[in-house]
Design a protein around this ligand. Structure first.
Ligand code: HEM
Ligand code: HEM
Length: 137
């Protein structure tokens, strides 16, 4: 059980990175790809990739939430309650709610919610690193 609990931990980290890709993928588009001619093959492929990442952002996040639930249940049953893990989980659940608010209520129009949503993503990186580096203490 210890291995499968930790496996779910790594799967959450992977799903989280996939969710987070939203930002760098758009940044690379703005900085390097947008200036290429419309007929450019590379641009075409990149735009398809970007569309995939951005339009599935919320599904990556929801799926990561399910993995988090599995991790929490396994660790609580077979290991212990981790305080750093709890902080990371609270931030992730809060950001799922903020993202849903921005998507479904604010209809993706950027305002304060997006600033908070992005900042929470950064705090999450720190919280997850603390959790992993302390071995789940
Ligand atoms: C965003 C949330 C979380 C992420 C990304 C995450 C990720 C991870 C990862 C990658 C590991 C494995 C570390 C290793 O291989 O040494 C781990 C271990 C652990 N996690 Fe989490 N975790 C999260 C939330 C939680 C929560 C809420 C709890 C509370 C129950 C928790 C409890 C633990 C425990 C007890 C371990 C250590 C298990 C052991 O060494 O036997 N985690 N976590
Ligand atoms: C752990 C969960 C999540 C993390 C870490 C996260 C992270 C991010 C980040 C870093 C951005 C900035 C991208 C940019 O500047 O364009 C972003 C944008 C956005 N997120 Fe999330 N997000 C999460 C969950 C969600 C969920 C569940 C939804 C919707 C149901 C959502 C909807 C959005 C929307 C609408 C944007 C605005 C830009 C766009 O349309 O791509 N997010 N998110």
């Amino acid at each position: 059980m210890r291995d499968s609990g930790n496996l779910f931990g790594w799967l959450i980290s992977l799903g989280f990175l996939l969710t987070l890709l939203n930002y760098p993928v758009k940044l690379v588009y703005r900085k390097f790809v947008a200036s290429k001619p419309r007929e450019s093959k590379f641009r075409g492929v990149y735009v398809k990739f970007q569309r995939f990442i951005v339009s599935n952002h919320r599904f990556f996040a929801f799926f990561t939430g399910l993995l988090l639930l599995a991790h929490v249940i396994i660790q609580l049953l077979y290991r212990w309650l981790s305080w750093t893990g709890l902080i990371a989980a609270a931030l992730m659940v809060a950001n799922l709610l903020i993202g849903s608010y921005g998507h479904y209520i604010k209809k993706k129009r950027p305002s304060a919610w997006l600033v908070i949503h992005r900042a929470a993503g950064l705090f999450l990186v720190a919280a997850i690193m603390a959790h992993v580096l302390t071995g789940g203490r």
